[in-house]
Design a protein around this ligand. Structure first.
Ligand code: FE2
Length: 310
């Protein structure tokens, strides 16, 4: 039996099974965690594995035979699998039970399913130049009947999480449970994108990767509007981005949009902010941005049951 987490990590399915045993047996902590309806966000091991099998088959239709598109497709496949690992870590930190963790894994596995068709058709991952990959992903799940085996309520929650994962702000009508899983997905996604971009920025040779840089020009300086967003402690608006430095600052600004203690811990442990700082110009403006971000992180303290607050 396979989990969504790659076997070579040695922690995937077994870890989920253990978690399910450990948590379902132990007393669940008290409120204020959203009330978890077993029915709407529960995925069984067989359902999870069948969706993972579909995912593997679907991705192979894009990667088989190599060709110039295979590289970017593999990048997105591996990203999806690592986001599964990250979301399991977040779910464990929140003491979710096995079915809920498998639900979380499922939304992580499928969240970027629109990326493959997006790249095959448009040759870019830039939504503004092609298509909204999250909405496309939800349509692909419908078209391919991927969620038919799930309880209809659970299927609707998976579809919604996929469709919402890239929105600047989550829809107001999301209930607390749907919101929690969407936030888990967004934190997990950020953790892996930080990994991908900092690995890339740390490379000293090789050609520029336009699929990561989204075709932005590598010009000097940073844009005023981007700095203003960050100094006012909000995420950077994508229409303020003018060059690669702005894009790096946008990634720094994600610290204003993380929600779980474990995400902040991983961010610190892995040194992502320091790595991005190292590839930005040295200037009093950039220094001020990083001071503001560090102040924010230091002020966010542990909220109840693994949530950040502050
Ligand atoms: Fe993603």
């Amino acid at each position: 039996m396979r989990g969504c987490v790659r076997n070579e990590a040695g922690t995937g399915t077994d870890r989920v099974k253990e978690t399910g045993r450990r948590l379902s047996g132990g007393g669940a902590p008290a409120a204020p965690r959203p009330r978890l309806s077993e029915k709407r966000t529960a995925v069984g091991p067989l359902e999870r594995d069948a969706i993972r099998d579909w995912f593997d088959r679907y991705i192979r239709t894009f990667t088989d035979g190599g060709g110039p598109d295979a590289g970017p497709m593999v990048l997105k496949r591996d990203h999806s699998l690592r986001v599964c690992e990250e979301i399991v870590g977040i779910g464990e930190s929140l003491n979710l039970d096995g079915p809920q963790i498998r639900f979380a894994e499922t939304i992580a596995l499928l969240h970027d399913i629109g990326r493959f068709e997006q790249y095959a058709v448009h040759r870019t991952f830039a939504d503004r130049k092609s298509v909204n990959h999250a909405e496309l992903g939800a349509r692909i799940l419908d078209r391919q009947n991927v969620l038919a085996q799930l309880d209809p309520g659970t299927a609707a929650e998976v579809r919604r999480a996929v469709a919402c994962h890239n929105m600047a702000f989550l829809p107001e009508d999301l209930d607390s449970l749907g919101r929690m899983f969407c936030l888990m997905l967004r934190d997990a996604d950020k953790l892996d994108i930080w990994k991908v971009v900092t690995d890339y920025y740390g490379r000293t040779e090789g050609p520029a990767d336009t699929t990561i840089e989204l075709d932005l020009p590598d010009t000097p300086g940073v844009s005023e509007a981007v700095v203003r967003d960050l100094m006012e402690k909000r995420i950077v608006r994508s229409d303020h981005i003018r060059n690669l430095n702005d894009f790096k600052l946008l990634q720094v600004g994600w610290v204003y949009d993380i929600h779980f203690t474990v995400t902040a811990e991983r961010l610190r442990e892995r040194g992502f902010l320091e790595k991005i700082r190292a590839v930005l110009p040295e200037s009093p403006t950039v220094e001020a941005v990083f001071r503001a971000v560090a102040d924010h992180l230091n002020a966010s303290h542990n909220g109840p049951e693994g949530w950040l607050q502050g």
